[in-house]
Design a protein around this ligand. Sequence first.
Ligand code: HEC
Ligand code: HEC
Length: 565
Amino acid sequence: MTKALQKAIMGLLLATHLFNSSQVHAQDIPVEGASFFDHMQNIIGTNYDGKPLPQKPHPFEALLKKLNQHSSFFTSVVPFGRSLQKMAAYPQSLKFPRVLVATSELSKSMNTHFRGRLFIAYVEATKKLEVISFNPMMGRYEFQIVDNFYPGGKAQARYVPRSLCLRCHQGGTPIFAGGEWLETTAFNSELQKLSIAAIGSKEYFGIPLTRDDPSSKYELLPRPENFEDMVRFGALLVGYQKAWQDICSLTRHKLECKKKLIRWMLVTNLYDKLSLEPDLELLRGFVSVLGDGTIDLASEKLPDHNPVVKGQLSYHMPPEMDPSLPRERMKIIMPSKSDPLGLQFYKFHILVKGMGQSFFTEKDFDHFRSLLGGKPEPRSAPQRDTARTCLPDPADLLQSLNSKGDSKQHMQLNCFPKDKWLRFAKAIDALPLTQNDPLSRESILQALDKKLGTQYAASLCCQTNLALAAKKEIEKKIFLDPSSIKDQRLQSFLKFCSECHLYQDLPPPFLAGENEAQVLENIKKRADLIQFRLQNKQMPPHFARHQLSEKERQDLLQDLKNISK
Ligand code: HEC
Ligand code: HEC
């Protein structure tokens, strides 16, 4: 066994263990809120509830056109990648590539972030959409599939068992290769040429295979680097949630700590040069949790892979490229643990500001600006004013904390009317947070409305518990952990066939099942076909990781006989 392979197998075992033990992901159907995709379906009027889709236009185009009215897109075209759908169009992956779509930036029409909130993946041959979208009420991504997604198909959206997806989407986030993006047609010129030749066009479903051509159908940018930005942004939404929990788990008053962080998130985004007085307990928590810049979640970033070998598409996937291998920890911010106090403070300031911007919108900040009576008045530090609350400038704090001596004398402050400030600060202190509540913009704004007597949050998107009203049954396609299967007759099948016939729908997953008896039954049912493909040396294909020797082939055929007896 090669080293890389050993590592890969160890990794697979480890990853299986990791997702099994994760509690947050226990509920496949959200118990609060719903996916952003469900909310958008409501808003744009597409209902994938089992009724037949129109024949024309193609439902994928219809969906993108409608979504496009609310957000522009970043797209990416991946003929042969590492997703669950990677084999689905084989051997015509160049002609029927996987299309990736991510919503971009703020909506033109709704007061909500679109950036990083919705990702759709589609391989025509699967007749399925894969969807990852944010649930703001639970602070997590939801994983969904729309089945029967073809013209005339009875399209049905459902939540999938998360463990199916988290094998690779390990942190519960979208994932993507970094670097040169050689799996995409936009950055791999050889792949682009091959794909354009196979499709006979520079577009597929209106999505350019190139990087700079406009789409004939939608407002979008076909740029993988921007798609990656959205994936990064999405990963941070989950990373920030964890940072918020973890930093406060180290403090004495955990709920107060969480509210304090919310206050920091809002205040640092109200105006430039606005911060709060350093809070040493929070700072210590920040440095212990994020001192090396990472958080205890799998990184969203995959190693890059070039599927073109000698000018041709190669389906061979080296084991170390497997996205289900354990990955390094997710990067959140620059390391801070060996910095002087001032710099630690400054990085904390940057972190909370970034958190604020990812969850809250510019409109939200405007709402708070007006509550605080508009722009604060500048004052020099020594002046005292009992009618005002004066806040420091982060750059001054960086200096004064570093220099240890009292340079506060020269600080420039920004002051709000005290009554307005107190009302704002007290409303945050009174947030009815409980221990397990996620960091949810919508819940926070609702609760602040109540305290402040404002009417701001009522019109915000995505607060209703749509998912609970939705169809509950989810089709379970359970797969056993391969290492738990004991039957000797199955061992070689697992070794030589599970790379492609276990987890995904296409090619058929005859090694999937709730128990060994089911797996044996699957094989029995298609014994003739398997025998034919084995005898004629059609399986495993030449690009498979494990090739069969003649003896191993004969042994497999014997195993098959024993199973079919
Ligand atoms: C075998 C590993 C693997 C599994 C399992 C997997 N994915 Fe992915 N997925 C990927 C990879 C790799 C990418 C990025 C590149 C690509 O799409 O080819 C991806 C991308 C996606 C994207 C585009 C956004 C992004 O993260 O880049 C969606 C949507 C998606 N997957 C949905 C799902 C859903 C839903 C499931 C569960 C049913 C799932 N995936 C299971 C590997 C996987
Ligand atoms: C590297 C991926 C890969 C591996 C490994 C692999 N297959 Fe396949 N298999 C495919 C693909 C792709 C298809 C669909 C295209 C085709 O039929 O050639 C397929 C199709 C099949 C089919 C026909 C489809 C059906 O209805 O079931 C059989 C039977 C089959 N494989 C058996 C096997 C057996 C047995 C092994 C292990 C000895 C194996 N395969 C290993 C990729 C793989």
